[in-house]
Design a protein around this ligand. Structure first.
Ligand code: HEL
Length: 403
């Protein structure tokens, strides 16, 4: 096991700067948020150990509490050479990529190159037969566009093996979605769909004339000095020190499948970024702290509509309401072999990033949510009911196995 506690030499900027940013980000009448309770590091370690006992080869988390860093890692990065997992390890962040894509589009809105309430058709004429779907609906999963991955991954391992080396164009992915009936009228209801963030990638490329890679790099990775974060597509090998990802087959007791190498072309701007826990914390703190877009645009991104009793979705951003009454903002990721989490408090002063290097394992998924409780509710966290998958009950692709 690897446990570290560090006071970051970089901190989070000056106190005055932080106060000014908080004032900008919080609406005029909102009361300042009370500081969350101290993180419960023993509880956090317990959560990670439980994930291991439930079948994850490794699990890790890093908390950045206004510059004070706590990192815990248990288990293995690689089952073959038995190398231990560490918070320096890079991994596939899956749908946390959606928050990066949303940030680029919100910056374009700040630059008046994009109107959130215009139809997608204004920017990508003829792409979607339904001309009424707006950019805001796409970013909030309210477009009604079918999620083509529901069909693609209905059978977990065969579905994955069928696409792991494939390279798709965005249009091919959208066409797969359009073969199916809409899940609802535009704006009618929340229905998570990867198709939305493929459209987001197409919008980025159309509006800027550059690849999403270039835009992520110039607008987010370089300014925030995210040295372990990059967009990997269509190459399938993660360079540098990284955690291998182990996919759990649908058949109980079957051997884990090493799913590390894949193009992730089925996701691209919906899920193909690589990062590590430290960079994810830096990103979430900067986003929530108001350092990536104007306060007005951040407020749009944080305008949430409920998903269920403990979750809401804004624009490429999730909110989770924790047992101690604190709400945190960020995203989750589930790409074959990797469950990942990146959340921060509303003011961005405390952030948590976590990984278990397995997927398609409902018990691990459920357990890892406890990392948020330990990081933000501390010892006040209420024990979670064992055996209830509380996360993504609306979001999980059909056929996902809940252990
Ligand atoms: S699904 C989610 C998560 N998101 C969405 C996206 C991502 N990932 C995918 O769409 C991949 C789905 C298949 C994952 C696979 C597994 O567990 O490795 N499961 C199956 O194949 C089941 N048959 C909403 C969960 C998110 O948290 O936003 O990432």
């Amino acid at each position: 096991m690897n446990v570290t506690h560090l006071a970051s030499p970089l901190g989070k900027g000056t106190l005055l700067g932080t106060v000014v940013l908080c004032l900008l980000a919080v609406p005029a009448q909102a009361a300042p948020a009370a500081a969350p309770p101290k993180p419960d590091l023993a509880g956090l370690r317990g959560v990670l150990d439980t994930a291991l006992a439930q079948g994850a080869p490794g699990a890790m988390a890093q908390i950045d509490d206004n510059g004070t860093i706590d990192s815990i890692a248990v288990g293995l990065a690689d089952r073959k050479d038995e190398r231990g997992l560490g918070n320096d390890d890079r991994f596939r962040i899956g749908s946390i990529t959606k928050t990066f894509s949303a940030v680029v589009l919100m910056q374009l809105a700040d630059e008046k190159k994009l109107d959130l309430d215009s139809s997608v058709d204004r920017y990508l004429p003829g792409l979607l037969p339904d001309r009424d779907i707006t950019v805001r609906q796409v970013l909030g999963h309210r477009s009604g566009l079918y999620d083509y991955t529901d069909e693609m991954f209905a059978k977990t391992v065969p579905g994955f093996e069928a696409v792991r080396s494939k390279v798709f164009t965005y249009r091919q992915l959208v066409d797969r979605a359009l073969r199916h009936k809409r899940t609802g009228a535009p704006g009618a209801a929340y229905a998570y769909s990867n198709t939305n963030f493929v459209v987001a990638g197409m919008l980025i490329e159309r509006l800027t004339g550059h690849s999403v890679r270039t835009e992520y790099e110039n607008r987010i990775f370089k300014p925030l000095k995210l040295r372990d974060t990059f967009y990997l597509h269509p190459d399938s090998t993660i360079p540098g020190r990284h955690a291998k990802g182990y996919l759990t087959p649908d058949q109980p007791g079957a051997e884990l499948v090493d799913a590390t190498d894949q193009t992730v072309s089925w996701a691209q701007s919906a899920g193909a970024i690589i990062s590590n826990t430290q960079d994810l914390n830096t990103f979430l703190s900067a986003l929530l702290g108001g350092r990536l877009m104007s306060a007005a645009q951040l407020a749009q991104m944080e305008r949430m509509l409920p998903v269920n009793s403990t979750q809401a979705y804004g624009l490429g951003l999730r909110r989770r309401d924790l047992s101690c009454g604190i709400s945190v903002y960020g995203h989750t990721g589930a790409v074959q072999g990797y469950y990942s989490y990146a959340f921060a408090t509303k003011d961005g002063r405390r952030s948590l990033a976590a990984l278990a290097n397995t997927s398609n394992n409902g018990a691990v998924l459920n357990t890892m949510l406890g990392t948020l409780e330990s990081a933000f509710c501390g010892k006040q966290a209420k024990p979670r009911r064992v055996g209830t998958v509380v996360e993504r009950s609306e979001d999980v692709a059909p056929g996902v196995v809940r252990h």
